[in-house]
Every structure is written in structure tokens, then in C-alpha cells.
Design a protein. Structure first.
Length: 149
């Protein structure tokens, strides 16, 4: 099995992909389109992977297969785990020699049909990223940014 990644390791990648997708949707959006509908569209866009740590996904899928999963995830997370589980079942049926953990890792690192976030969560994340980007640009223009090398 490959090395487990944590949220911190994929969080920056998710944030960058979410912001790129938001920027693209903003350019494509017709004038007068509501911001709420923009965030609804944003979370429905395909993502390059399932943004959950491999270890967490293994634990949740194992619990789902045992029937011992406690409710508590958001609706979007529940849909995400259901999709991961469907793909894992298909993968294990096609490759019975594969371990459950390896199947989950492969599925989690494959393209996801959506971001599996609530629109309100995406809005908070994107606005925070936009604020950080704006502040970095201001600092760079003022010559105070340590990021300029």
C-alpha cells in the first residue's frame, strides 16, 4: 500500500483546484448571475481526486462494509463515501486479489465527479483564498512579500 496522506498534504492542492475552477466559472458566468448559483455550480464541477485522506477513506469504507458507520457526515460527504464505496466494490470485483486498502487508495486518487462540498463551505473557502491572494499581491507590489525571494 502507498504512503498515507493527510488533509494538510492534499488541502493546498484542493484549494488551488477549487480556486482555479472558481476563476474559470467567473469568466464564463453571464452578467447578472447570482453568486449563490455560482457556488452551486462550483461544487458540482469535476475534481482531479476525491479530497479525503487515504487513511480516513479506508476507515470509513471499512466501517460501511461492516455496517457500523455512524451517521454524522454532511450530505455531500455521505455521497462522496457512497461513490468511493461503489468504485471500490467494482475494482475488487474486477481484481479480487487486490486488498481493500489498496482499492480505496486507488479510488481516492482517481478523478471525482464533483468536489463533494456544500456550496456554503466552498464560498467560505474561496473567499478566504481570494483574500489571501489579494493580500499577497498587495504585499508584492509594496515590496514587502517574503515570497518574492
Amino acid at each position: 500500500m502507498s504512503r498515507q496522506r493527510t488533509n494538510a498534504e492534499y488541502g493546498a492542492a484542493r484549494d488551488a483546484e477549487l480556486l482555479r475552477t472558481f476563476d474559470r466559472l467567473m469568466q464564463e458566468a453571464p452578467a447578472g448571475k447570482s453568486v449563490a448559483s455560482l457556488f452551486e455550480r462550483l461544487v458540482e464541477q469535476p475534481a482531479s481526486r476525491f479530497y479525503v485522506s487515504e487513511l480516513r477513506a479506508i476507515r470509513v469504507i471499512t466501517a460501511m462494509r461492516r455496517g457500523s458507520l455512524r451517521p454524522g457526515s454532511s450530505r455531500s460527504r455521505g455521497r462522496m463515501y457512497a461513490e468511493v464505496n461503489r468504485r471500490v466494490e467494482r475494482l475488487l470485483a474486477a481484481s479480487p486479489e487486490m486488498s481493500l486498502a489498496d482499492a480505496v487508495v486507488e479510488v481516492v486518487n482517481s478523478p471525482a465527479p464533483e468536489f463533494y462540498m456544500e456550496p456554503a463551505s466552498a464560498r467560505v473557502t474561496v473567499y478566504g483564498l481570494l483574500r489571501r491572494r489579494r493580500n499577497m499581491r498587495r504585499q508584492a507590489r509594496a515590496g514587502r512579500c517574503a515570497c518574492r525571494g
